[in-house]
Write a protein that binds this ligand. Structure first.
Ligand code: GTP
Ligand code: MG
Length: 177
């Protein structure tokens, strides 16, 4: 991914954020999970600063992020303190901590791999799903939303075919509820 998003790409990303977060919620305690390289840091960075990170380094240790306000289109969202966790299973304890308290849980997976039944990626996603659902089963207060988002669609060979479709149509399927 290039670090410099075009105005249209930014609009599309912001449009997606509105579709994801909706207009009803303004106190969002976000938990972003997913294996290494799925785009957790990229997404968190974009939510925070409307840009993608320029240094593409792996997150070595869990990083706490302060709460921040973020204007998306006309609405001001209040993002509560969140954490950027590394994707290694070795950090499952940190995943658990974040997952236990968040009201929004976002799980990222490599759509280009899962779509083609990549065995390693599918096995990893299966064990992540089972880990997360065990945590959620034990939670008294359930999160408001759980989202599974496929990233790296652009790495799929068929992506170029769909580029001809407008971004509104590409994103239009997302549930606003
Ligand atoms: N092509 C493409 N690259 C992406 C996409 N999302 C993120 N990337 C790139 O994928 C790489 C990994 O992204 P990160 O955000 O660092 O991934 P991460 O999930 O935080 O990984 P860890 O910190 O190692 O757990 C970076 O080079 C990003 O620019 C996407 O949708 N498409
Ligand atoms: Mg990271």
């Amino acid at each position: 991914m290039t670090d410099d998003l075009s105005a249209l790409e930014k609009l599309a990303w912001n449009f997606s954020l509105i579709q994801i977060f909706g207009y009803k919620f303004d106190h969002i305690k976000l938990c972003v999970l997913g294996e290494r390289g799925t785009g957790k840091t990229t997404l968190l960075h974009f939510i925070q600063s409307n840009s993608v990170p320029t240094n593409n380094s792996q997150t070595a240790l869990t990083e706490k992020q302060k709460s921040f306000p973020r204007k998306i289109q006309d609405k001001l969202y209040d993002f509560k303190e969140s954490v950027d966790v590394p994707g290694d299973k070795a950090f499952y304890n940190d995943w658990k901590e974040s997952c236990e308290t968040a009201n929004w849980i976002v799980y990222l997976f490599r759509a280009d791999e899962i779509m083609h039944n990549d065995e390693r990626a599918c096995n990893r996603m299966e064990s992540d799903m089972s880990f997360i659902s065990d945590i959620l089963d034990r939670r008294k207060k359930k999160p408001e939303k759980i989202l599974l988002i496929g990233t790296h669609c652009d790495c799929d060979s068929e992506y170029d075919l769909h580029k001809k479709i407008s971004y509104q149509d590409q994103l239009g399927f997302v549930d606003k509820g």
